[in-house]
Design a protein around this ligand. Structure first.
Ligand SMILES: NC(=O)c1ccc[n+]([C@@H]2O[C@H](COP(=O)([O-])OP(=O)(O)OC[C@H]3O[C@@H](n4cnc5c(N)ncnc54)[C@H](OP(=O)(O)O)[C@@H]3O)[C@@H](O)[C@H]2O)c1
Length: 284
């Protein structure tokens, strides 16, 4: 039987890198999207040295144009797509608008996964109809517990608070997970998100404002995991038989948990989807 194809974003560092190496070791064909060609080449070499197979696409995922082009290249590159892991993400200490006019946290952590998924869904539906299933996994965070500021999603009018922008983006990604899971019921595609816990990566060392600059290092001292350990849940959710029936859930350490109630509000999910579609009209 042909091997599974796994697409992952943000695979050149941290959690994504560890996850990519582990899924490649399990005999899948790994396709990763990266922004840095040297890091991407180095990762592909490591995959191949370990007997794995893969390919990469270069894209700046904070740009929707790049995201669409990456999806188009992947659709041409592979004839099946079993797993999509939307992992790339960042915390931006300072307010930064992309060349397409979006606040960077919103663009990278939420809008890009939305666009990428939208453009890869056809290939996933084909795969699910041929082999019985395909899986979408969004890397969320416990840091999703802030309300959506509907009047100012791009944080243009209010004083920029980087942790709020991060929380809001993960709230949106979590809500999107539930909405998409419901929409894709009966297609064979499952959609879940993961709260990976505290993972000792670059993002965990980001320049957070008070009080997060105090909380994050303290939490890290006690409960931080290495990326290789934290990759266990995404790899399990992506490939295990046991996880096949898990759908529309928020998962932490292989256990189904409850995300913050506002993320599970179906009316708010529909509103978010509509607002997002309007913002992204050009790229969908
Ligand atoms: N670490 C934690 O404690 C923690 C907790 C909860 C959730 N998360 C989430 O886990 C995911 C992985 O984060 P991490 O902790 O592994 O952080 P990380 O080590 O900083 O990795 C982030 C990845 O995203 C890529 N990336 C960033 N901006 C990009 C862009 N514009 N275009 C394309 N790729 C881009 C990075 O590429 P480069 O390699 O080129 O930098 C890197 O591969 C994120 O979604 C994060 O929000 C992390």
């Amino acid at each position: 039987m042909a091997s599974k194809t796994v697409v992952i974003t943000g695979a050149t560092s941290g959690l994504g890198r560890a996850t990519a190496l582990q899924v490649a070791e399990k005999g899948t064909f790994l396709v990763f999207i990266a922004r840095n060609i040297n890091k991407a080449s180095e990762l592909l070499k490591e995959v191949e040295n370990k007997g794995g197979r893969g390919q990469f696409v270069i894209a700046d995922l904070s740009r929707m144009k790049d995201t669409v082009e990456a999806a188009e290249r992947i659709s041409k590159m592979v004839d099946r797509l079993d797993v999509l892991i939307n992992n790339a993400g960042n915390h931006f200490p300072n307010y930064k608008i992309t060349s397409e006019g979006f606040e960077s946290t919103l663009a990278l952590n939420y809008l890009s996964p939305f666009v990428l998924t939208h453009h890869l869904i056809e290939r996933m539906e084909q795969t699910a109809s041929q082999v019985g299933e395909s899986r979408i996994i969004n890397i969320s965070s416990i840091m999703h517990k802030a309300p959506i500021n509907w009047d100012d999603l791009n944080c243009k009018n209010n004083r920029y608070k980087s942790t709020f922008a991060y929380y809001q983006s993960k709230h949106m990604l979590t809500s999107f997970t539930y909405l998409l899971s419901n929409k894709l019921k009966d297609t064979g595609i499952t959609v879940n998100c993961i709260h990976p816990g505290f993972v000792k990566t670059t993002i965990a060392k980001s320049d957070y404002p008070f009080p997060m600059n105090v909380i994050v290092p303290i939490v890290g001292l006690f409960i931080g995991e290495k990326p290789e350990q934290a990759a266990d849940t995404p790899v399990w959710l992506a490939l295990s038989k046991e996880a096949k029936s898990i759908d529309g859930e928020y998962v932490h350490h292989r256990k189904i948990k409850k995300s913050w109630p506002p993320t599970r509000n179906e009316e708010a999910q529909r509103r978010l989807s509509e607002v997002t579609r309007n913002m992204l009209e050009k790229w969908l």
